[in-house]
Write a protein that binds this ligand. Sequence first.
Ligand code: ADP
Length: 339
Amino acid sequence: MEQDAIVRIRDLNKTFRTKTNTVVALDGVSLDVTRGEIFGIIGLSGAGKSTLVRCINFLETPTAGTVEVDGRELGALSKKELLEARRSMGMIFQQFNLLQQRTALQNICFPLEIAGVKKDEAEKRARELLGIVGLTERAEAYPAQMSGGQQQRVAIARALATNPKILLCDEATSALDPTTTRSILALLKEINKNLGITVIIITHEMAVIEEICQRVAIIDSSRIAEIGTVEQVFTRPKSAMAKQLIYPNGERDRLATGKRYCRIVFDGNSSFEPVVSNMVLECKAAVNIMFADTKDIDGKAYGQMILQLPEDERAASRALAYLETQNVHVEEVDNDAYA
Ligand code: ADP
């Protein structure tokens, strides 16, 4: 086993047989998750993501192939050993899955009770965990009295109760609004950094991967289409599925919408801020700064900047015309290089 792989999956296959048909949910999946990283698994609905994550903790038994977690092959363990191995993995879900009749504190105590921890000790640990997830004040609240984000925080605390080495997150932010999603992702990042827990995130949203993952596996129709660092996959997607996820409207469309780009060269005759902000105000045109390498020396700007001009042709022309009246060098550039 590679020294730093905490999860090592080889040639995993999972086939579901129902009365009427056979579904191949995973087909020849191999991947390593490095200890301490935040690893993303992304794919469209039905691609096999949930099945994959459920095979990592053996909630589903693979049809073929092996899963090693922290050096132990799960398929070779006794029932008792498997329970132990599972305790080293916490899991959170899209729908939180809290017990409705129990308070936040009691929900977090639940896995500790199952593990045979004494009541007062369990409660002490649960309060500590409530602190970690920022919910000290809500110990006595029931799930129905909490927001989605708060319920997911309780679920995270519950997943951490048994001191897992890995946290499996199955579409954990898919039921949350964007602001709450960001705060939950920030919490997962903190947990990863401060507690050293490896985090595996299943999602169908590229934004989630981009926000917190270091590496990502793209799964397409039961198979791994591509694995790489998030940077590699975002800047140079190789597989059709990666391209589809990164450019949902199609790469060709993106380049062919008539978008125009210009380069502005600052040579010390103007200051950088007013040129761009006045252009936006004067022309009522929003621009994107695609690239900037500028220096401010005594209030004068040096360097260059690439702007993406507004989609609307008239607004784009107004913006260019305005820039030409300023003391900067402006030229329109080919969009392929910057899109
Ligand atoms: P995802 O999480 O990417 O949406 P899933 O892993 O849930 O995908 O499902 C992958 C495929 O396996 C789908 O075609 C799904 O219908 C099928 N599947 C999942 N679980 C079962 C099951 N228990 N019985 C039969 N088919 C299943």
